[in-house]
Design a protein around this ligand. Structure first.
Ligand code: NDP
Length: 292
């Protein structure tokens, strides 16, 4: 089994980004600036935002974090977004999800200027991506596509199963794998909680992307020999033996599946670090776009 080492590949990508930033600075241009909006104090969201900000420092980006109480109104949040849309010192920004229930997530995402939508969630970017046009691609599927490319995994004519149809992972992933291209051209099935006979689907797939959020759901008797398995899941599972009181589990039973397949992403160290690297890539691209 070949481990798809997202940690290593993401470091390579970050080093390339760092070099691009150094070149900008040498040419007397300011470095890219990523802003993040965080509403409330959800532990996982705080961890994700912390990682993103640390990665900005690592590549020489400027970063800003705007934190709000979970009782902020939808109107006030959208006002903040409008400020960021107009701020010429900020190249891209993200609104960390999930948002509190009283805030309409779609309305918030629609208010982001597509040119600064480095998460790629705005319909303008999503639509362009679906048409195979240049756009900001959501960071997690973008990171998975990069891993596939770096390890030169053959996708053409292969059957690819994506499990999970969220707008941020599963659905865009299914689109990217079906697009024309060297690392597309797959025959894609998109499964979800209403899908029947999932095991039949997993057993037939050459490539499986697991993005459902159920720890260790995919077992070795559900996968084809020598297939490629991408594990997007990140779930905190109580584990008293760990200092922090929990362990991070993916959607794949790594222990058993790793004995049967050809390529597999670990959790942690697979898709997670790639997601952050591609967010940085999108932010660099936004900065370069603003200069062109
Ligand atoms: P969502 O909760 O938005 O979507 C989960 C999807 O899984 C839904 O489409 C749901 O179906 C489907 N599903 C749930 N149960 C089953 C089942 N038994 N069989 C088949 N499908 C099922 O999750 P996200 O896409 O946001 O995230 C998925 C996982 O990936 C989570 O663990 C999350 O933490 C992780 N994640 C990791 C990232 C990374 O960087 N590594 C980035 C983003 C997410 P239905 O639509 O019918 O409800």
């Amino acid at each position: 089994m070949i481990l798809l080492d997202g940690k290593k590949i993401s470091e390579e990508i970050k080093n390339e980004i760092k070099t691009s930033v150094e070149n900008l600075v040498i040419n007397k241009k300011r470095p890219p600036h990523l802003a993040a909006i965080l509403v409330g104090d959800d532990g996982a969201s705080l961890t994700y935002i912390g990682n993103k900000i640390r990665s900005c420092d690592q590549v020489g980006f400027k970063s800003s974090l705007f934190r709000y109480d979970s009782n902020i109104s939808e109107i006030d949040l959208i006002k903040k977004i409008n400020d960021l849309n107009l701020d010429i010192e900020i190249d891209g920004f993200i609104v960390q999800l999930p948002l509190p229930k009283h805030i309409n997530e779609q309305k918030v995402l629609l208010s982001i200027n597509p040119d600064k939508d480095v998460d790629g969630f705005h319909p303008t970017n999503f639509g362009k991506m679906a048409l195979g046009l240049k756009s900001f691609v959501p960071a997690t599927p973008y990171g998975i596509m990069k891993l596939i490319e770096k390890y030169d995994i053959q996708t053409e004519g292969k059957s690819c199963l994506v499990v999970g149809r969220s707008n941020i992972v599963g659905r865009p992933m299914s689109i990217l794998m079906s697009l024309r291209g060297r690392y597309g051209n797959s025959t894609v099935t998109l499964a979800h909680s209403k899908s029947k006979n999932l095991t039949e689907l997993t057993l037939n797939a050459d490539i499986i992307v697991m993005a459902l959020g159920i720890p260790e759901f995919l077992k070795s008797d559900m996968v084809k020999k020598d297939s490629t398995i991408i594990d997007v899941g990140i779930t905190r599972v109580e584990d008293k033996s760990q200092k922090r009181g929990y362990a991070i589990k993916g959607d794949v039973d790594f222990e058993s599946v790793s004995k049967k397949v050809k390529f597999l992403t670990p959790v942690p160290g697979g898709v997670g670090p790639m997601t952050i690297a591609m967010l940085l890539q999108n932010t660099l691209d936004a900065r370069l776009l603003s200069l062109s």
